[in-house]
Design a protein. Structure first.
Length: 410
């Protein structure tokens, strides 16, 4: 690293191959490079670039025959894809062993050297690919970090045996969930881990609300209707979409002109469509597509009155941050990461309910529906929370301190 060469961070997304993430949402490697934006991944890229640092995204793919270098349209960063295979096995420990053995060690190592990488950042540490990458980074003399995005279970006996050793190779774990930090402290108390509370970043300037009336007109939404929005992957269990439908059914009985807009696609799109068809709830609009069109998502959020998320499993979700940046009050479950976003409760812009508490979600929606002044108050608090805790300059500073200190040994 010299004055002419800014630090470069190699980011490894989750998965044996990138298609494990892309296939369920109907995208491919070309889409990943040309259309994918936002989320934790490109939020990190934006934060690093704001420092004058560089980043490169490295993954394995089932659909390349040799190392392939693409350029991400939205940020200009390099995306390297090398040939890879998914680990398939009936026994968990055998699957974990195969995940480690199938890691394209040489190809990854060549990319890290050729790109002149200064740091390695891995999505999820409770995953066998992390164990492999931690060892590879150590062999190359590179500091390695991991970011928690929801993986909070050790998946096999083999991983339980080697994970403490792998974690000791890491210079830091980025864990924005208090519940997960507590679990790590209990589970790996002998590993002397450095655990940092750094949330996922969001571009607070990009995610700023436009005119509500203009957006409603463009989206053909009634001017006077109460509009509640949810967006993201269609994953019934993890995202608690069954809870959302049940809560909306109860809520819409008393608010029959209200609209619930759900934007997204994913592995459970067929089952979710069937659940909507069976539901007696009124006023549901579902756009069954995983949108990479951020201006359009921003228009939906600008047109809405309330944002709702009823997840059972999360890490530090970005979707509610986007809603908060657009000035929306949020009704949220207490899944991982969400209580951390709304750590000051309503003063952070949100109303928290227990996971799977259908009646609690319906009550929170009704409370906001019946109180325009409260919606406005919580919306202002949500926007202020984004600016002070989640904006790119705030997170960029925290990331740089963590990584630079690892170089200096502090």
């Amino acid at each position: 690293m010299t004055s002419r060469s800014p630090p470069k961070v190699a980011i490894f997304p989750w998965g044996d191959v990138v298609e494990e993430f892309l296939d369920p949402i109907g995208l491919d490697l070309e889409d990943f490079a040309q259309r994918m934006t936002g989320g934790w991944l490109f939020g990190y890229v934006a934060a690093l670039r704001s420092l004058g640092w560089d980043a490169v995204i490295v993954c394995a793919s089932e659909h390349v025959t040799g190392p392939r270098r693409l350029t991400h349209d939205g940020t200009g960063v390099a995306i390297w894809a090398v040939p890879g295979r998914r680990s398939i096995a009936r026994r968990d420990s055998i699957k974990s062993a195969r995940q480690i053995l199938l890691t394209p060690w040489r190809a990854f190592g060549r990319i890290l050297r050729a790109e002149g990488c200064s740091f390695v950042l891995v999505q999820e540490y409770e995953y066998a690919r992390f164990d492999a990458l931690a060892l590879l980074a150590r062999l190359l003399g590179l500091p390695v970090f991991a970011t928690f995005q929801g993986g909070d279970v050790t998946l096999s006996t083999l991983e339980a045996r080697i994970r403490p050793w792998s974690l000791r190779l890491a210079q830091g774990l980025i864990v924005p969930s208090a519940r997960e930090r507590d679990r790590l402290a209990r589970t790996y108390k002998a590993s002397n881990l450095r655990i940092e509370d750094i949330p996922n970043p969001i571009d607070a300037e990009e995610w700023r609300a436009s005119s509500r009336s203009a957006c409603r007109s463009e989206l053909a939404l009634p001017e006077q209707a109460l509009v509640v929005v949810n967006h993201g992957r269609i994953d019934l269990y993890r995202k608690g979409l069954d809870v959302l439908l049940a809560a909306w059914s109860a809520f819409s009985d008393k608010h029959p002109t209200a609209l619930l807009v759900i934007l997204g696609s994913g592995p459970d799109q067929v089952a979710f469509g069937e659940a909507i068809d069976r539901s007696t709830a009124k006023g549901i609009i579902w756009e069954n597509a995983y949108s990479t069109d951020r201006p359009r998502l921003r228009r939906w959020l600008s047109a809405a009155d309330i944002y709702v998320t009823t997840s059972r499993v999360e890490g530090m979700p970005v979707a509610p941050l986007e809603a908060m940046a657009c000035g929306l009050p949020v009704v949220a479950s207490r899944a991982h990461g969400l209580p951390d976003i709304f750590r000051d409760g309503e003063a952070s812009g949100g109303i928290l309910v227990d996971c799977e508490d259908t009646a609690g979600v319906a009550r929170a929606l009704s409370r906001l529906a019946d109180a325009p002044g409260l919606r406005a108050e919580l919306g202002r608090a949500a926007r202020a929370c984004i600016e002070t805790r989640f904006a790119i300059p705030v997170i960029a500073g925290a990331l740089s301190r963590l990584m630079i200190e690892s170089r200096s040994g502090t």
